[in-house]
Design a protein around this ligand. Structure first.
Ligand code: CMC
Length: 435
């Protein structure tokens, strides 16, 4: 698999005769890494990489991104093939276990998820404690974190079976919690999960059904929802996944770790971007206002960003954005939505941005969030639920990465170092002696 020579990098501290030889490590694809663990012992220096732009925080076999080529692989399988040919539960199995399941493995996994969809009735009462206008992500952070208080029987993270049950519980119950957060905010009764429905359908059912009306599944929306879940399922060591790993490295239980991931995902630079895209489009209001908006984005003093554009890793089209754009056209077409002004504005923004020197020189392309908000809106999903939906999908990635970390024998607590620039040692000054 790996045909690269082991190799090493020798670093000399200028002005001294001290040097360190640091081994190179090679993955199956992608850039090699320099193992810097000896650097401090040998030279007494740390590395400095705020935002971790050049640091591999772990070894992983789950997801691979080639940002220059716009490639995303889950366990080696291209995202385009999975989005077209697979479905969310199969992708969840793949991410968690490393291989595509055979028919029996898939049926057992599917059953395992379906039969954990209900949440403890007492946990249901937590919802009443929130204000009606609470953002559903706030509810998600609270209720998912509270799961640890209800599922004591699988908190021994050293036991593989308990880890597996925790994974089932999280993947199965997060859609129930998400849908109830929404139902609570609009004052509708909670819809209990239906285990006869597929994952995406059950989620749509809990979001949209009411007890007084028959619920009719729309296969177009069902397919679109499943595809959105597949596209968001994992994305290697992004901010929320790294948060889950860092929390997990302390031995914290999986429910607490996933709650930490949800909190990190909430920010507009990460999962909150799909909500921010729609807000941006409605603030622009009309295509005629786009040039002024682009000028504002390019103005360094404005701090306005073109939301849904740019990515830390992708310096080319985000492959998920391409699939999202196609799905967006499909969904709007099938739903008979013509001349959707938000879509027209998004396409115009994309056209202008892709031909503008500012975006070209910085390699800023549409990311997954640029079109997902428009699809979700067309599907009748309220804006405040966009990031929640992302969290539902990403729970699979988080739990897969958490499991991989726990099962890694070399795993130890995550504890970054720092470059201290504060005051040096000084003596306490009594209050009456201070200037
Ligand atoms: N609009 C305008 N300028 C931008 C944008 C943008 N969306 N993104 C980056 N830039 C500029 C930035 O100002 C900087 O310019 P300069 O070199 O002149 O200072 C340059 O591009 C590099 O930006 P950066 O902030 O160093 O890049 P980063 O890797 O730290 O940030 C990002 C990545 C995703 C946070 C950023 O591109 C961004 O804020 N995008 C908008 C929010 C967004 O869509 N987020 C969703 C990411 S995809 C979903 C997910 O994985 O969560």
């Amino acid at each position: 698999m790996n045909d690269k020579a082991p190799g090493s990098l020798t670093v000399t501290l200028e002005g001294t005769n001290r040097s360190a030889t640091l081994p190179l490590k090679h993955g199956s694809i992608g850039p090699s890494v320099v193992d810097i663990r000896r650097l401090y012992n040998d030279l007494g220096v740390f590395t400095f990489d705020p935002g971790y732009g050049a640091t591999a925080s772990c070894e992983s076999r789950i997801t691979y991104i080639d940002g220059d080529e716009g490639v995303l692989l889950y366990r080696g399988y291209p995202i385009e093939q999975l989005a077209e040919k697979s479905h969310f539960i199969e992708v969840a199995y793949l991410l968690l276990n490393g291989e595509l399941p055979n028919a029996q493995q898939l049926a057992e996994f599917d059953r395992g998820v379906r039969y954990h969809t209900m949440i403890h009735e007492q946990l249901r009462r937590f919802f009443d404690g929130f204000r009606r206008d609470a953002h559903p992500m706030a509810v998600m952070c609270g209720v998912v974190g509270a799961m640890a208080a209800f599922y004591h029987d699988n908190l021994d993270i050293t036991d593989p079976r308990q880890r597996e049950i925790a994974a089932f519980r999280l993947i199965a119950k997060v859609p129930t919690i998400a849908a109830w957060a929404y139902k609570y905010s609009i004052g509708q009764p909670f819809m209990y999960p239906r285990n006869d429905l597929r994952y995406a359908d059950n989620f749509l059912y809990m979001l949209n059904a009411v007890p007084t009306e028959p619920w009719v599944n729309n296969p177009i929306l069902s397919r679109a929802m499943d595809r959105i879940l597949v596209l968001h399922a994992d994305h290697e060591q992004n901010a929320s996944t790294s948060t889950v790993r860092l929390a997990g490295s302390t031995g914290a239980n999986p429910f607490a770790c996933i709650a930490a991931g949800i909190a990190a995902l909430w920010g507009p630079a990460h999962g909150g971007a799909n909500e921010a895209v729609l807000k941006m489009l409605s603030e622009i209001g009309h295509p005629k206002n786009i040039p002024a908006f682009i000028a504002e984005v390019k103005d360094k003093n404005s701090h306005t960003r073109l939301m849904g554009f740019g990515h830390r890793v992708y310096k080319n089209f985000d492959p998920r954005a391409k699939i999202m754009k196609e799905t967006c056209h499909e969904v709007l077409g099938e739903l008979g939505i013509k001349n959707e002004p938000l879509l027209e504005m998004a396409m115009e923004l994309e056209r202008i941005a892709l031909s503008d020197e500012y975006f070209i020189s910085r390699k800023l392309y549409p990311n997954v969030d640029f079109y997902s908000g428009i699809i979700l809106k067309a599907m009748g999903i309220p804006t405040s639920m966009f990031t929640v939906l992302f969290a539902v999908a990403r729970t699979v990635g988080w739990i897969s990465q958490w499991k991989e970390m726990i099962e890694d024998p070399s795993q130890r607590i995550g504890r970054p170092r720092q470059l201290y620039t504060g005051p040096t040692r000084r003596d306490y000054i009594a209050l009456d002696a201070r200037p």
